[in-house]
Each structure stands twice: as C-alpha cells, then as structure tokens.
Design a protein around this ligand. Structure first.
Ligand code: ATR
Length: 273
C-alpha cells in the first residue's frame, strides 16, 4: 500500500508542510502522499483513532495539539518527553505510536548551517518562553550551547525553562533590551511580527558588532525584528531554515532517508521573499 502522512492542526489551511513533503517525495522517487487535516481540539482523540484505522505511517502535529497529543501516544522520545511537546508521530512496525519533537533540533541545524557549529561557547539570548522557546532552549542545551539566557515578558516562565534545563539564567524583556551588547546570538521566538498589537519584544539597539539574529517566524520572511537587526549590521537567520529542517528530521524518522533541505529552503525563500 502507498504510504501516507499528514499534518493535523487548527488552523491548518496555510501549512506549507504538504507542499514541502510532496516536493521531497518527487525528488526522492518516494511513492507517498501527505495531507493537511483540520482537527479541532475536541476532535483530537477521534482523529488519532482514525489515523490508526486508516493506516497512516506517521504525521506532524501543529498548533494547538503539540502538548495535548501526548496522552494518545504509546511512547515518547527522550527529548520530546523533556520538552513536553510533540510535532512528529511515527507509527512503528508493531502499530504503536511514538512521539518526537523535531522543532528544536530543526532550529539548531538551521542556525549551524548559517554560522557553523564551532560557536558553542557563544552567549545565546532566547527571547520568549512559550512552547517554541522551550523546544529551542532544550535543543540548544542538548547540542552543547550552555551559555544561555531566556528573556520573557512573564519572567516566571523563563525561570521555569532555565530550571528544567539546569543551566542559564532568566531575565525580563526590559533587562534583555538593556544588555543586548552581551549576546552573540539572539533567537526571537515570540509572536512579535505576526500580531499587529506589538511588533517587537523590545527595541533592538546596541547589538554586538558581529551578532547573529534569528527569528522562528518565516512568513513574513523578514520580520520587524530581523529588519531592525539587519539595519544594525547583524547577520540574520530567517525562520525558513528551522521550518525546513524540522520537516527533514521528521522525514528521516518516517522514511530513513535525508531529503534535500537546500533546494527546499531556496524554493520557499523565493516564494516568500
Ligand atoms: P509558542 O508555542 O509559539 O511559543 P506561546 O506558548 O503562546 O506560543 O508563547 C508565546 C510567547 O510570546 C511567550 O513568550 C509570550 O510571553 P508571555 O509568556 O509573557 O505571555 C510572548 N508574547 C506574546 N505576546 C507578547 C507581547 N505582546 N509582548 C511580549 N511578549 C509576548
């Protein structure tokens, strides 16, 4: 039987994952399909049962199900367990479901593609302390970046992440804004740039001369945060790389092959740019 995969979320219309995976299936000669499925929060249990019944080989999970899917899975990867969130489900040979989280590692791969992997001692500022920030902070720590600060509007949430990871410190957005010159790498994970209500977590001034500034949002490609960083002469890392790499790691879990991330990144940059 032809293999099929999916992404479940609410909303799901704008997901670029089906296009990305189909591009790879074609490129790799894989006879598979990938469908977007709208699943409202109250339908999640039923949806998981249906996916099993219909013989899916695995699926991606997006907002708002990344945490609530966990009780429906049989097994969790170690990193996903620590992060408390799943974005990739694999149906294993015996039919059981295993959850992974490829978002954080996707970010680290994207960052290291841009800057190389020899900068582990760099001082990293993670801005935000929601689900995305948590995944990224765990993956950065697991990849050897231990010099980490988490800044958030609600400082308690930043403190919770830092204490779970066991390294780094937690500060307010205002403190982060005052100490920007201390950091080599800035990672913007809040909804700034998506929401008209606020466009920047804090003014971006006094950056370190050779700072690297990353955003996890990829549409718009250049967020207000990245635009301000560029104006300051910083090197920027857009959210496209993280999106493509999280998808590629999911692909590896499902099909044990590595798809072409560069071609996909170029294609999306062209679409979004
Ligand atoms: P995600 O899963 O995408 O990370 P989330 O868990 O809702 O989404 O987290 C959103 C992040 O954006 C949080 O860090 C949030 O700050 P709080 O923890 O203080 O709520 C941040 N955020 C959202 N709106 C913000 C605003 N107007 N100003 C500053 N930070 C904001």
């Amino acid at each position: 039987m032809k293999k099929w995969f999916a992404v479940i979320g609410d909303p799901i219309k704008h997901s670029k994952s089906p296009e990305m995976h189909h591009f790879w299936y074609e490129d790799m000669g894989e006879d598979a399909a990938y469908v977007p499925i709208h699943v409202a929060p109250e339908q999640l249990g039923q949806a998981v049962q249906s996916m099993k019944l219909l013989g899916t080989s695995g699926w991606n999970v997006t907002i708002p199900h990344k945490e609530t899917i966990i009780p429906y899975l049989d097994e969790l990867d170690e990193q996903a367990k620590k992060m408390g969130a799943v974005n990739t489900v694999v149906r294993q040979a015996d039919g059981t479901l295993k959850g992974y989280n490829t978002d954080g590692l996707g970010f680290v791969r994207s960052l290291e593609e841009a800057i190389g992997s020899k900068q582990k001692a760099d001082r990293v500022l993670v801005i935000g302390a929601g689900g995305a920030a948590r995944g990224i902070a765990f993956a950065l720590q697991a990849s050897g970046y231990t010099n980490m600060t988490v800044a958030n509007r609600t400082v308690e949430k930043a403190e919770a992440i830092v204490s779970e990871i066991g390294t780094g410190d937690a500060i307010s957005l205002q403190q982060a804004g005052e100490r920007l010159a201390d950091y080599d790498i800035l990672v913007q994970t809040t909804s700034a740039g998506l929401n008209d209500a606020f466009s920047m977590p804090f003014p971006l001034t006094n950056l370190k001369a050779d700072a690297i500034v990353a955003d996890i949002v990829y549409n718009p490609l250049i967020t207000p945060f990245l635009a301000a960083a560029q104006q300051q002469g910083a090197r920027i890392v857009t959210g496209v790389g993280m999106f493509v790499h999280q998808g590629a790691i999911a692909y590896e879990h499902w099909l044990q092959k590595t798809p072409n991330t560069n071609a996909m990144i170029a294609r999306l940059m062209e679409q979004l740019g």
